[in-house]
Write a protein that binds this ligand. Structure first.
Ligand code: FES
Length: 160
């Protein structure tokens, strides 16, 4: 016995509607993927061409940190634009700030609480608490910046 299936006009319309819906969905999905692809490529290019504002162009004052966040006889590295600075708090509690770029070959210096001075790990360069080069290969002192304390915060002024 042979069975026959007949499609009604309603069935045909529903099938066409489903095809249209699928096509529409695929078109939208492809469009969204295209937008994402273009965005993924374009975003880094735009970010490169329009660099972000830095917190410290030259000749500016930087709000670095709260006073209580830097213990006595310690130091922190902070950004000066896209370069590192070092803020130290001496054993006497005095704040001083310098460029953190070693004058030898440009490594980032750090504060050594055990030595009570600034030290460059790259070639064992040493600077005193005034940024003066005292041992190792660094040929010059670190550039010093002005430090001011206001309302419990440490501000560093960078002059070009
Ligand atoms: S880069 Fe600092 S001692 Fe050489």
């Amino acid at each position: 016995m042979e069975e026959r299936y007949y499609l009604t006009l309603h069935d045909i319309m529903s099938e066409q509607q489903m095809k249209t819906d699928r096509r529409s969905f695929l078109e939208k999905a492809l469009g969204a993927m295209g937008v994402l692809t273009v965005g993924t490529v374009a975003y880094p290019i735009v970010k490169f061409l329009i660099p972000p504002e830095t917190n410290s162009p030259d000749n500016s004052t930087i709000d670095v940190v709260a006073v209580e966040e830097v213990p006595v006889n310690s130091g922190i590295i902070f950004p000066i634009g896209n370069k590192p600075g070092i803020l130290i708090r001496t054993p006497e509690g005095v704040f001083r700030a310098f460029t953190a770029i070693c004058t030898h070959l440009g490594c980032t210096v750090q504060y050594r609480s055990d030595l009570i001075h600034i030290w460059c790990a790259c070639h064992n360069g040493h600077y005193d608490l005034h940024g003066r080069n005292i041992a190792g290969p660094p040929p010059r002192p670190l550039q010093e910046y002005e430090v001011n304390i206001q309302n419990g915060r440490v501000y560093v002024t960078v002059n070009a």
